[in-house]
Design a protein around this ligand. Structure first.
Ligand code: PBG
Length: 333
């Protein structure tokens, strides 16, 4: 009785009226989330008939191209049109210079060619960094335990041009070397690839949440960590500096990675720069949800939807996520 009396006296506004049924809730939703916002990261392996589940990332696989093509087709039918493909390279092909990344018989480049030939409407994003091809497992060139910056740039440029020649629509420098966006933009333009976009990993943090991805590609650093090039999780203003540089160097889109622990950074970059902002919902973030759902501790669909929505609400225009296919299937059903 006390509560009723109190409500009438205090206030006639009842926010619950705008939540009273699902049609009204949908009509008034401030944030939209659909398959068109998602980019699906996929692991590719050389060979035939391969579909190996990644142990630390259930529900995600290393695919050989023959099985990946029909998988891409089924994603397209669900409205997923953008894919970020990562190569799982045989240890024997890795070297200090990551030279396999531009080798003419590289299976990853061949796969991009075939995917684009078969599905011209798909958007293919590629990763630019040395780690999947490097015998050191670092994103840049290693010498005496140091990750060299300027010496790495020409290597990244060779990799970029090879990917552009194969048909990549968007290249994604994930290496965090200083000056690489401008360097790669110039390399692309000089070779006539003015239409190839750059989605820069602008604010990429030295994170514990990349573990399952490194398992998938067997690409963890052989020594040391990535803290001299990836950002310190303690820092937010530094993301503005990285963004300023990428903006001036000609990035088309700017990414924040990981997403979930860095929603404040997504919001900051969205307010501060007139470029599309993307979020990478990384492997470890998805693995937590898979693990909890497998134990019956969380509802998979609800938890995944709430996470993705939080990234869009923070300001992400597009999201790279291992949930892409499941989410698209979920909203269809
Ligand atoms: C490689 C790269 C990494 C990821 C994307 N590109 C790993 C790393 O920097 O160690 C992580 C993606 C994920 O965890 O889902 N430079």
């Amino acid at each position: 009785m006390f509560a009723v009396a109190c409500l009438c006296k205090m206030n006639i506004t009842r926010p619950r009226r705008n939540r009273k049924n699902s049609a009204i809730r949908d009509m008034l939703a401030e944030t939209q989330l659909g398959a068109q916002h998602l980019i699906y990261p996929i692991f590719l392996k050389d060979g035939k008939g391969i579909k190996e589940e990644v142990a630390s990332l259930p529900n995600n696989f290393r695919w050989s191209l023959d099985l990946l093509l029909p998988e891409i087709e089924s994603c397209l039918n669900l409205g997923i049109k953008s894919f970020d493909i990562f190569p799982a390279v045989d240890e024997a092909l890795k070297d200090q210079m990551a030279s396999y990344s531009w080798a003419s018989d590289n299976f990853y480049l061949e796969a991009i060619r075939q995917i684009k030939a078969r599905f011209p409407e798909v958007v293919i994003m590629t990763d630019v960094a040395m780690d999947p091809y490097s015998s050191d497992g670092h994103d840049g060139l290693v010498q005496n335990g140091q990750i060299l910056n300027d010496e790495t740039l020409p290597i990244l440029a060779k990799m970029t041009i090879a990917q552009a020649q194969a048909g990549a629509d968007i290249i994604g420098p994930s290496d965090m070397m200083d000056g690489r966006v401008g360097y790669l933009r110039t390399a692309l333009d000089t070779d006539g690839f003015t239409n190839v976009s750059i989605m820069s990993y602008t604010a990429k943090y030295a994170s514990a949440f990349y573990g399952p991805f490194r398992d998938a590609l067997n690409s963890a650093p052989k020594a040391g960590d990535k803290k001299t090039y990836q950002m310190n999780p303690a820092n937010k203003r530094e993301a503005l500096l990285e963004a300023q540089l990428d903006f001036e160097e000609g990035a088309d889109m700017m990414m924040v990675k990981p997403a979930l622990c860095y929603l404040d950074v997504i919001a900051l970059l969205k307010e501060s720069f007139p470029l599309p902002i993307t979020a990478y919902n990384v492997s470890g973030e998805c693995a937590m949800v898979y693990a909890a759902a497998q134990n019956g501790w969380l509802n998979y669909e609800q938890a995944m939807t709430e996470m993705l929505l939080s990234m869009r609400r923070a300001g992400a225009d597009a999201i790279l996520t291992y949930f892409a296919k499941d989410f698209a299937q979920f909203i269809r059903s």
